[in-house]
Design a protein around this ligand. Structure first.
Ligand SMILES: *Cc1c(COP(=O)(O)O)cnc(C)c1O
Length: 492
C-alpha cells in the first residue's frame, strides 16, 4: 500500500468502446476489459438503452419470496446457453455427459459468491445423498483462484492468498494444473511458440490426477464431493491454458466416482474463449446461420468442450461489465435435494439482499442479445485473429518466454532469458513495471506476477490491438533496458 500511496492514481471519468478517459482528459485503451468484466465496450448504446428502459419501471425489488420478470427471463436464457449442444465438440463420452444438465439458477452478486453458493450446495447435497456421516472433501487445481470470500479462498490454491487466513479455511486437495510452459514433465526445449503447441509428454499430469484419486480409494476414503476447475484456461493462476484434450481426460477419470463438477466460468464465460471458426463469422448476411452456429459453438468454455458440469458459476461478463451480478447454475438433482415441506427445513439457507436485481438482469439480457448477434460473432473472430497477428512481434523479444492465447484472452510470460525460461524474482515487480510503462503510453492492463494480461473488449479494432501489442513491446524493452537482465527494481 505504501507504493500506492506514493503516487497519484489514474482517475477514470468516462469511457466509450475500448477507450477510457481520465479526469485530466488523457485517453487509454482498456486492455484488460476493466478487470475482465467488460464485453462489448463502454457506454454501449444497446446496454445503456436496456438500463434506461428498466429504470423507468424499477431499479430493484427483493427476490426473497418474490419474483421479477427480467431475472426470470435471464435465468431461462442462461440455462438455454449452458445446455446448447456443440456437435463439433470433441467432448466426453455421452455416458458421462448426460449425468448433468443444468436447469436451475441461483443469483448472487459477484464471482466469489457464485462459487460460495456452489460450494455450499455441493457440500450439503453430498451429505444428503451420501448420509450425514459423510465428510465432503473438495479437489481443485494447483494455482487455482476462485474468489476472496472465505469459502472461495479455501477452494483456491494460491499460498499467498491463503496464508494469513489459514485458521479460517478448510483444506482442499490439490492436483497439478497442465502448465505446459513450466511443466516438469514437458521434455521439449523452449521454442518461439506457445508451449502447448510443441510439448513433449505422456500426459503425466493426467497420470498424477489419477494417482490422487487412486490414493484416496486405497485409503478407503469416500470419493471427492466435488472437483472445482476453470475450463480451457486458468485466469488468476497466471493465464494457464489447458492443452487440447486435457479436461475431457480428467472428466472421464472423475465422473465414475459421482464426484460433482463445479465449473468456474467467471472469467471464461460469455464468449471470452473465442469463436471456433472463421466460417461462422462469414455466414452470409440475411441468414440466421451466424447465430445458429455461434450457439452451437457455445458462449461458455464447457459448452464448447462438450463438458456438462453440475455447477456452472458465472459473474464478471454476465452484465457485459455494467453491474455486479452473478449466477450459479445447477441441476434438477441438486435442486431436488433441497426440496421439502416447510417443517422439513430442507431449503438452502442462503440469500443476498440484491439477488435477482432488475437492473443487472436487464442489462445482462441486452448483453446476451449483442453477444449472440452475427455482428458480434464476426467482430470476435476478427479480433481473435488480429490479436494473434499483432502478438507475433513479441516473439522477437528475448524476455518474452511464452505468448499463450485462448480466444480473446492472452497471457505473456516474461522471463530473464527465453532459452532457459528462468523466472524473474517477484520482488522485482517486472510485470507491474511493464504495465506502468504501458500506462504511460496509453494502454491499461494489470499483470499477474510476471505475466502480462491482454483481454480487450470485443469491440476493439485491429488497429487498437496492434497498438496494445506495440506498446507492450516498447514497455518490455524499456523496462528490461533499464533493469538489465539482473537489474534492481526502479525506485519510485
Ligand atoms: C474474478 C474471478 C472470481 C471472483 O470473482 P469476483 O467477482 O471478483 O468476486 C472467481 N473465479 C474466477 C475464475 C475469477 O476470474
Amino acid at each position: 500500500m505504501r507504493q500506492w500511496l506514493r503516487r497519484e492514481p489514474i482517475v477514470i471519468q468516462a469511457g466509450v468502446g475500448a477507450v477510457l478517459r481520465d479526469v485530466r482528459g488523457r485517453e487509454y485503451l482498456d486492455a484488460n476489459s476493466s478487470i475482465w468484466t467488460n464485453l462489448h465496450g463502454h457506454c454501449h448504446p444497446k446496454l445503456d438503452a436496456a438500463l434506461r428502459l428498466q429504470l423507468k419501471r424499477i431499479a430493484h425489488s427483493s427476490a426473497l419470496g418474490l419474483a421479477n420478470e427480467p431475472a426470470s427471463r435471464l435465468a431461462a436464457r442462461l440455462v438455454a446457453a449452458a445446455n446448447a449442444e456443440n456437435k463439433r465438440a470433441a467432448g466426453v463420452s455421452p455416458k458421462h455427459s448426460v449425468l448433468a444438465t443444468t436447469s436451475k439458477v441461483f443469483f448472487s452478486d459477484d464471482g466469489s459468491t457464485a462459487l460460495e453458493v456452489a460450494l455450499k450446495l455441493a457440500y450439503e447435497y453430498t451429505r444428503r445423498t451420501r448420509g450425514p456421516k459423510t465428510r465432503p472433501r473438495f479437489l481443485s487445481l494447483q494455482g487455482a483462484y476462485h474468489g476472496d470470500t472465505v469459502g472461495a479462498v479455501s477452494l483456491g490454491q494460491i499460498p499467498l492468498f491463503r496464508k494469513a487466513y489459514t485458521g479460517l479455511l478448510f483444506n482442499v486437495d490439490q492436483v497439478p494444473a497442465p502448465y505446459c510452459y513450466r511443466c516438469p514433465y514437458n521434455r521439449a526445449r523452449p521454442e518461439r511458440a506457445d508451449a502447448r503447441s510443441y510439448r513433449q509428454c505422456q500426459w503425466e499430469c493426467v497420470g498424477k490426477f489419477e494417482q490422487v484419486l487412486r490414493a484416496r480409494k486405497k485409503k478407503r476414503a469416500e470419493p471427492y464431493a466435488a472437483f472445482v476447475f476453470e475450463p480451457l484456461i486458468q485466469g488468476a493462476a497466471g493465464m494457464i491454458p489447458q492443452p487440447s484434450g486435457w479436461l475431457s481426460r480428467i472428466v472421464e477419470l472423475i465422473r465414475p466416482d459421482r464426484t460433482l463438477l463445479i465449473a468456474d466460468e467467471v472469467m471464461t464465460g460469455f464468449g471470452r474463449t473465442g469463436v471456433l471458426s472463421d466460417s461462422t463469422a462469414d455466414a452470409p448476411v440475411g441468414t440466421d446461420r451466424g447465430r445458429a452456429v455461434a450457439r452451437q459453438d457455445g458462449i461458455f468454455a464447457t459448452t464448447r468442450l462438450g463438458v456438462k458440469p453440475d455447477f456452472l458459476c458465472l459473474a464478471k461478463g454476465l452484465t457485459g461489465g455494467y453491474l455486479p451480478m452473478a449466477a450459479t447454475l445447477t441441476t434438477q438433482a441438486v435442486f431436488d435435494a433441497f426440496l421439502g415441506e416447510h417443517e422439513e427445513f430442507k431449503t438452502f439457507f442462503h440469500g443476498h439482499s440484491y439477488t435477482g436485481n432488475q437492473l443487472g438482469a436487464s442489462v445482462a439480457l441486452a448483453s446476451l442479445d449483442v453477444l449472440e448477434s452475427r455482428d458480434s460473432i464476426r467482430a470476435r473472430a476478427r479480433l481473435q485473429q488480429a490479436m494473434n497477428d499483432s502478438l507475433q512481434l513479441l516473439w522477437g523479444l528475448p524476455n518474452v518466454g511464452d505468448v499463450r492465447q485462448v480466444g480473446l484472452v492472452v497471457g505473456i510470460e516474461l522471463v530473464k532469458n527465453w532459452r532457459t525460461r528462468e523466472a524473474f524474482d517477484l520482488r522485482q515487480q517486472i510485470g507491474a513495471r511493464v504495465c506502468d510503462a504501458m500506462a504511460r503510453r496509453g494502454v491499461l492492463t494489470r499483470p499477474i506476477g510476471n505475466v502480462i494480461v491482454l483481454m480487450p473488449p470485443y469491440c476493439t479494432t485491429p488497429a487498437q490491438v496492434a497498438k496494445m501489442a506495440a506498446v507492450m513491446a516498447e514497455a518490455i524493452e524499456e523496462t528490461m533496458g533499464r533493469a538489465g537482465p539482473l537489474g534492481r527494481p526502479r525506485r519510485v
